[in-house]
Design a binder for this molecule. Structure first.
Ligand SMILES: [Zn+2]
Length: 327
């Protein structure tokens, strides 16, 4: 099935809900008002078509002053009495001109991209910077991985539609010389599984006892979450096998059939891995006493795949649903 302009999850269910205002119940119905429109890319058409079809980034150089603009937004140079510019293909490497802010909570339009950095890259040979999303192939994107001046490589999505999100960039240091040298490098050519796990302290009798105690609390909490219809809804149609590694021990957290299951041991091929030096951090997040996202940003919790932030988001929603259902 082709992708739709409005994603399925952004479409509300038929029906409604009630809100209580000053002791009286009011019914609020879900309804729709929509307008689709088409917009021409105009003079930018070549830029987007070349991204989509040739995996190349175009810029333009003024024939008088030589300034190179990317994207090629001035077909005539406003600095040089409208001298003509010439289209040129740009390098696909460059540096960030500022430290990109990272978005963790996006609106529904960008939900599938989180967490992402949004910054401006100065491609080699360019005089203006290009807005671009930034990612890392080494686990979850946290502050400090990509900074002002970090050397980056532009990567192309495998499925391109002629939009600026057809490209994104990753730190050049994460790539091999061959990948760096290849033009039009595709997302599927990157190794997204090369995350380097944070080291945990060795198991001791003391930290093992703390781990076992926190695990017991976590099992009790999971049972509570599984009993809460509203929390179960948050993981509807979601299946994941997550390896959890903490100081003092490891276990498997499985999400399946609207249930959280905690199993002992090590899974050879988990969907992703969570490393939390202190298991209490995970416990507090699921118990709605702390935020898992905040923990990730502060590096108290680490996940092996950036795209699995979606799963963290669902777990946080479960915690919130349970807390609200108790009110
Ligand atoms: Zn000029």
């Amino acid at each position: 099935m082709s992708k739709k302009v409005i994603p399925q999850e952004a479409i509300p269910d038929q029906g409604g809900f009630t809100v209580k205002i000053e002791g009286k119940e009011y019914l609020v119905m879900n309804d729709a008002m929509f307008t689709f429109y088409q917009r021409s890319m105009g003079e930018f058409s070549d830029f987007f078509l070349t991204l989509r079809d040739e995996r190349k980034i175009l810029g333009c150089r003024c024939t008088s002053c030589g300034i190179v603009r990317v994207p090629p937004f001035a077909l005539r140079c406003p600095e040089c009495n409208f001298a003509p510019t010439e289209i040129m293909e740009m390098a696909d490497t460059g540096t960030m001109i500022a430290t990109p802010p990272i978005t963790y909570f996006a609106n529904s339009l960008f939900q599938k991209q989180v967490p992402f950095g949004r910054g401006r890259i100065l491609l080699k040979g360019a005089d203006t910077a290009l807005s671009i999303n930034c990612y890392t192939t080494r686990g979850i994107l946290v502050p400090g991985l990509i900074n002002k001046g970090t050397e980056m490589k532009v990567i192309f999505q495998d499925e391109r539609i002629g939009d600026i999100t057809d490209i994104f960039c990753v730190p050049a240091a994460e790539l091999t010389a061959e990948q760096l040298g290849k033009k039009g490098l595709l997302s599927s050519e990157l190794d997204w599984e090369r995350a380097v796990e944070p080291q945990l302290p060795d198991e001791t009798g003391e930290n093992k006892a703390l781990f076992e105690s926190a695990l017991g609390e976590l099992e009790a909490l999971a049972a509570e979450l599984n009993d809460c219809a509203r929390a179960r809804q948050d993981i509807a149609d979601w299946q994941r096998v997550i390896q959890i590694k903490a100081t003092g021990g490891s276990f498997i957290l499985q999400i399946k059939g609207e249930q959280l299951a905690i199993k002992p041991g090590v899974e050879p091929h988990p969907d992703f891995t969570i490393v939390c030096p202190d298991l209490k951090v995970l416990l507090d997040g699921l118990g709605y006493r702390g935020s898992l996202t905040q923990a990730i940003m502060k590096r108290a919790l680490w996940i092996s795949k950036n795209s699995e932030f979606t799963t963290i988001f669902k777990l946080e929603r479960m915690a919130r649903s349970l807390a609200r259902s108790k009110k």
